[in-house]
Design a protein around this ligand. Structure first.
Ligand code: GAF
Length: 394
């Protein structure tokens, strides 16, 4: 059953009637361009086929009531949340994500309540943006109930990039996670068969063809099944470090430092900021060079950029883990064209670009390496670039 059908059926179970509609949003992987988004830089994600769906009906009483269907088939409930009373810090756990969206939309004049039932198959805690899929599906559901169909052709008001900024605000100010714009924009704006080249500073977007099948290639996702958390520690620390570096260099954001000016910039920084800046500046350049190859259909040649990106995150940004490194190294040794951790780091998933003929060998090698190291068996699957968020007809 599709996530949308599952959400509709769970809605019927909970509420005894069909929902007014169902909206869904995908998880994402970032092909390259990590920790560049909050430095006004470049990112290159694609949407996963995995989605979270929100079946929804309006309520007259200004209450948000969310139930979510877990992997174990059990429903968890948010309880009745009065939208007018929502404030940061009031809601904990998974329910903070839909509540944050309702909170931010309230400020835009969308104050109506809703019953929502969520279902889907984006692995959670895998660094594949299940929380953003949830936020984006809920945003489109609440806006859709208010009569705004953002996925229809023609003029879109508000635009999807605008919704992405609202989702970011809900995450930063309500949930309390200091994340950038990558994940929401990917979930909302990606299209099938393309990677999305986003210039975070200007908001400019380019859908770049990513024809894996034509090139005889696969993207293998390797979920280390180790936990990461953005809301605490490492992510915020790195973010603050890069902001401090930009301030010391007298630029608006590290986006303004070029590879040509890198060495002079590094000379002006305290030692602890040097590797952070080196990562961000070189990563932006890697995105630009990867995009250029993809524009010319040279997809099999991007491997070295993926590899270099991983090394930079491992050694300079220091956000990789032994599990991620082992997945990347064993995939490479077994013939992957390139491999890197994806997302925020500190656990989660890595990706590998693999020729069709090498896929089984690469998967077996990663599994064997994990077994030998005594790690939990990784979850592995291939994924093609899929459609972004929108309304589903079931
Ligand atoms: C997480 C964040 F949510 C993104 O904004 C981005 O910074 C990413 O980590 C790293 O590229 O997914």
């Amino acid at each position: 059953m599709s996530p949308a059908s599952e959400a509709v059926s769970a809605f019927r179970t909970v509420h005894g009637v069909a929902p007014a509609g169902v909206w869904s949003a995908p998880g994402r992987v970032n092909l390259i361009g990590e920790h560049t988004d909050y430095n006004d830089g470049f990112v290159l994600p694609f949407a996963l086929p995995h989605r979270l769906a929100a079946a929804a009906s309006p309520r007259e009483d200004g209450v948000l009531n969310v139930a979510t269907l877990g992997d174990d088939g059990q429903l968890q409930r948010s309880g009745e949340l009065k939208i007018a009373d929502l404030a940061p810090g009031m809601v904990d756990g998974w329910a903070a994500y839909p509540a944050g969206v309702a909170w931010v939309l309230r400020d835009q004049g969308f104050t109506a309540g809703a019953d929502l039932v969520i279902a889907g198959d984006v692995p959670s805690g895998a660094g594949l943006s299940s929380s953003h899929a949830l936020e984006c599906a809920v945003s489109l559901a609440l806006l859709g109930l208010a009569g705004l169909e953002l996925d229809s052709a023609g003029e879109r008001v508000p635009s999807l990039p605008q919704v992405a900024r609202w989702v970011q605000r809900s995450e930063n100010d309500f949930v309390g996670a200091p994340t950038g714009l990558l994940d929401q924009t990917a979930s909302l704006c990606c299209t099938e068969s393309h990677v999305l080249f986003l210039d975070v500073r200007t908001g400019e977007q380019e859908q770049v063809p990513f024809g894996l099948a034509e090139a005889g290639l696969q993207v293998l996702i390797m979920d280390t099944r180790t936990k990461h958390s953005h809301a605490e520690g490492g992510y915020g620390e790195r973010r603050r470090g890069t902001e401090r570096a930009a301030e010391l260099l007298g630029v608006k954001a590290l986006r303004d430092v070029t590879v040509e000016g890198l060495s002079a910039a590094l000379d002006r920084l305290p030692e602890d900021l040097v590797p952070l800046v080196r990562h961000v500046v070189t990563e932006n350049q890697r995105v630009l060079e990867t995009v250029e190859l993809l524009r010319n259909g040279r997809i099999a040649e991007i491997g070295p950029y993926l590899d270099a990106s991983h090394v930079s995150m491992r050694d300079d940004y220091r956000i990789s883990t032994p599990e991620l490194d082992l997945a990347v190294d064993s995939a490479r040794e077994a013939g992957a064209l390139g491999s890197r951790m994806t997302g925020g780091g500190f656990g989660g998933s890595a990706i590998a670009l693999v020729r069709d003929a090498d896929l089984d060998r690469v998967k077996a090698a990663v599994e064997a390496a994990y077994e030998k190291a005594g790690y939990r068996r990784p979850r592995m699957f291939t994924a093609v670039p899929s459609r972004g968020a929108g309304r589903d007809r079931v």
